[in-house]
Every structure is written in structure tokens, then in C-alpha cells.
Design a protein around this ligand. Structure first.
Ligand SMILES: Cc1cc2nc3c(=O)[nH]c(=O)nc-3n(C[C@H](O)[C@H](O)[C@H](O)COP(=O)(O)OP(=O)(O)OC[C@H]3O[C@@H](n4cnc5c(N)ncnc54)[C@H](O)[C@@H]3O)c2cc1C
Length: 377
């Protein structure tokens, strides 16, 4: 394995970083305050080539590997994880179609989605089914050439404005996951509604919705890939975990940079607080652990890119980076003293945003379970 990023990766990191600092940073305060994702960013992101990364060129993508996708996620999060998650989800939203859709679905949905003209959201979680996906209650009843969907979804990122929601529903619960499918649901279909935009602790500039399906008629051809495809879809979760790990890494990196800078500027007892050994050691530890997280993430991304099994490595990266983000953001806030608790400094946002990482794409507890299982314990 090469321990240095390629020139292409380095250039891409610079492109994303410049974009995030130039275009996203000025929008953060208003978007966080109003809890509104700034959709005007999407065409600008397209112009600089942030949409379509990792997708095949024949459908309008720009190619690129999983390491590039991680860099995109990390750098957006470093500036603002809330806007970052919204924009990244728009960029990667149609990923399930690219990975598992049939040719017709790819041709129909990918070109407009990869231009950012159509937005996809992922609807798995329900009020009574989070970690345990098999407990979902949404059903899809066959009716001629259609399925009729009934149920609800919660915590759906970009669900407030998505054009399509990949919706998990049981066609036949007695078959377990084989009887569960992912449907491409057009949100303009009668019976579909956004019941609530959720008020959150962090990631306030990303919009998170509760959705209701009341007799939503979906054509049979909108089942993603082959029927019973939920088993295949679960394989995509490894990639999702690596992405959340990269998001956590971006938050940790931002918190570390803030702590590094502030600790040299803030003078107490006649010296910058960075001169006190207790603080130096904290910052040294942050730097070391961030490096370790980055290596775990890039290793998992590299394995994914080689189509190698990496369930254990993806879970390790996700667990380590998520918990690291919470720890580093907490220490960075502590190093800012009272100012860390005030909104004028971004560390309080990092602290709130970090707490999402151990929850989404499988909680930390679930990652422990997966790692232990993969170790055949
Ligand atoms: C801001 C936000 C955005 C999200 N975006 C999306 C999205 O776009 N699409 C989507 O489908 N979902 C999304 N989610 C949902 C997210 O993936 C779930 O919240 C997550 O999977 C956990 O499910 P839950 O909240 O129902 O918690 P639960 O599963 O109810 O877990 C509650 C607690 O019990 C623990 N627990 C559960 N099972 C076990 C076990 N077997 N052993 C030990 N402990 C256990 C958990 O670790 C956790 O601590 C989002 C959530 C948030 C907060």
C-alpha cells in the first residue's frame, strides 16, 4: 500500500478545501441559524467538479475512487459538517443506483442526479426501527403493475426537498430481508408527504425529515435492481460507514486546528496556554489519533476500491473516527475555556456536530458487535 496520496488526490483535496473555505464558510451562520440547507451551493459545487465523483463517466460522472470520495466528505466536514452532509448526500445520493440499479434505471436517473438537478434521499430508518432494520413496518402491497406503499420514515437527510427517496419496505415480511426491497419513490406521488422537519442538536444546516407514505403508488420498475435486493443493499453499508468515518475525521481535524491556534494565542499566567505541558500533551495526542483515524479510513477506502471485503476495517474506521471526533471536539472546546462555550467560536459547533457520528450508519455499539463478529469471537 502506498502511504502517500497521489497527485490527483492531493489536487482534489485542494479543490474541495478551496471551495469549502470560499463558498461554504460564508453561508454557515445563516444556514445553522435557520436550519436551512443552502441549495444555491449545488450548481457551484457542480461547476468545480464536486458532483459525480466516483460515478462512471458514461452516465455523467467524473470517475475517481473511494479515497477521493472520502477526501470530499472530510474536507466539506472540516469547514461545516452540516452543510457538508447535505451537499455530500446530494453528490452521492444516487450511489445505490450506480451500484445496484439496472441499465434502464441508470440511464433514467443518473444524468440529472449527477448534475445536482434531482436529489435522492435514503429512507431506511423508521420510528420503531433504527439499528434493527428488520423491524421496519413500511409495506409494499402488489397491485397490478404497481406496489402500494404505506408507512413512515424518520431522520431522513435532505428528505425535506428530495425529488426521490429510496424507501425500504417489505413486500413479504415472512421472507425476512429477502422480502424487503428498496423502492425509488418520486416525492411528487400522491400520498407521499413530509410531516416534519426535525429540530436538531447539531448538523443544523442539514435538513432532516420525517416522511409519511399513505397508499403511495409506485411502478414495479422502481424496485432498485432485482427484487429481494435488500440483501445486496446491505453490502453498501460498508461504504457508508467509511464515509461517516471521513465526516468524523473532518470534524476532528477542524477542532484540532482550532485548538492548535487558540492555545498559542491565549495567554494566561504570562504564557500561551500551549506552553503548559498538560495542554501540549492534549494537542499532541489529538494529532496522533487523527493520523491513526486517517490511516484506518484510507485503508478501508482502498480495500473498497479493490472490491475486497472490508466489513471489519470499515467498522473499525467508523468506530474509531466517530469516537475520536467527539473526544477531540470536547478537548478543543475545553482548551478554549469559556470562549469555547460561546457561539462566536466554531468549536461549540464542532462539539455538537461530532455527536452525530457515533449514531448514524450504525451506532458505536453496533460497530462493536460487527467487529467482534468479524473477529469470529
Ligand atoms: C441527523 C440524523 C440523520 C440521519 N439520516 C438518516 C438518513 O438519511 N436515512 C436513514 O435511513 N436514517 C438516517 N438516520 C438514522 C440513523 O441511522 C439512526 O438514528 C441510527 O441507525 C440509530 O437508530 P435509532 O436512532 O433508532 O436508535 P436505536 O436503534 O433505537 O438505538 C438506541 C440505542 O440502543 C443501542 N442498541 C441498539 N441495538 C443494540 C444492540 N443490539 N446491542 C447494544 N446496543 C444496541 C444503540 O447503540 C443506541 O445507543 C439519521 C439520524 C440522524 C440523527
Amino acid at each position: 500500500m502506498d502511504f502517500e496520496l497521489s497527485d490527483e488526490h492531493k489536487m482534489f483535496r485542494k479543490t474541495v478545501r478551496d471551495f469549502a473555505e470560499r463558498e461554504i464558510a460564508p453561508l454557515i451562520d445563516e444556514a445553522e441559524e435557520k436550519q436551512k440547507f443552502p441549495l444555491e451551493l449545488v450548481p457551484r459545487a457542480r461547476e468545480v467538479g464536486l458532483l459525480g465523483v466516483g460515478f462512471p463517466e458514461e452516465y455523467g460522472g467524473s470517475g475517481g475512487d473511494m479515497v477521493m470520495i472520502c477526501i470530499l466528505c472530510e474536507e466539506l466536514s472540516r469547514v461545516c459538517s452540516g452543510i457538508g452532509v447535505g451537499l455530500f448526500s446530494i453528490a452521492m445520493g444516487p450511489g445505490a443506483i450506480s451500484a445496484l440499479g439496472n441499465e434502464e434505471q441508470k440511464r433514467k436517473y443518473l444524468p440529472s442526479a449527477l448534475k445536482g438537478e434531482k436529489v435522492f434521499a435514503l429512507g431506511l430508518t423508521e420510528p420503531n426501527a433504527g439499528s434493527d432494520l428488520s423491524a421496519i413496518e413500511t409495506t409494499a402491497r402488489e397491485d397490478g403493475d404497481n406496489y402500494i406503499l404505506n408507512g413512515s420514515k424518520i431522520f431522513i437527510t435532505n428528505g425535506t426537498f428530495a425529488d426521490y427517496v429510496f424507501t425500504a419496505a417489505y413486500t413479504d415480511k415472512s421472507k425476512g430481508l429477502l422480502g424487503m426491497n428498496l423502492f425509488i419513490v418520486d416525492t411528487k406521488t400522491p400520498g407521499f408527504s413530509v410531516t416534519r422537519k426535525l429540530d436538531k442538536l447539531g448538523h443544523r444546516s442539514a435538513e432532516t425529515a420525517e416522511l409519511l407514505y399513505e397508499d403511495v403508488r409506485v411502478p414495479k420498475e422502481n424496485i432498485l435492481g432485482a427484487e429481494g435486493g435488500m440483501i445486496n443493499i446491505l453490502q453498501l453499508l460498508d461504504g457508508g460507514r467509511v464515509i461517516v468515518a471521513a465526516r468524523a475525521l473532518g470534524i476532528a481535524q477542524a477542532a484540532y486546528e482550532a485548538a492548535f491556534k487558540y492555545s498559542q494565542e491565549r495567554v494566561q499566567f504570562g504564557r500561551p496556554i500551549a506552553k503548559f505541558q498538560v495542554n501540549r500533551f492534549k494537542i499532541a495526542r489529538m494529532a496522533m489519533e487523527i493520523d491513526a483515524a486517517r490511516l484506518l479510513i484510507y485503508r478501508a477506502a482502498w480495500l473498497l476500491g479493490q472490491d475486497k471485503k472490508c466489513t471489519k476495517e470499515a467498522s473499525m474506521a467508523k468506530l474509531f473516527a466517530s469516537e475520536l471526533a467527539v473526544r477531540v471536539a470536547g478537548e478543543a472546546l475545553q482548551l478554549h475555556g469559556g470562549y469555547g462555550y460561546i457561539k462566536e467560536f466554531p468549536v461549540e459547533r464542532y462539539f455538537r456536530d461530532a455527536k452525530l457520528c457515533p449514531i448514524t450508519e450504525g451506532t458505536s455499539e453496533i460497530q462493536h458487535i460487527i467487529i467482534a463478529r468479524e473477529l469470529e469471537l
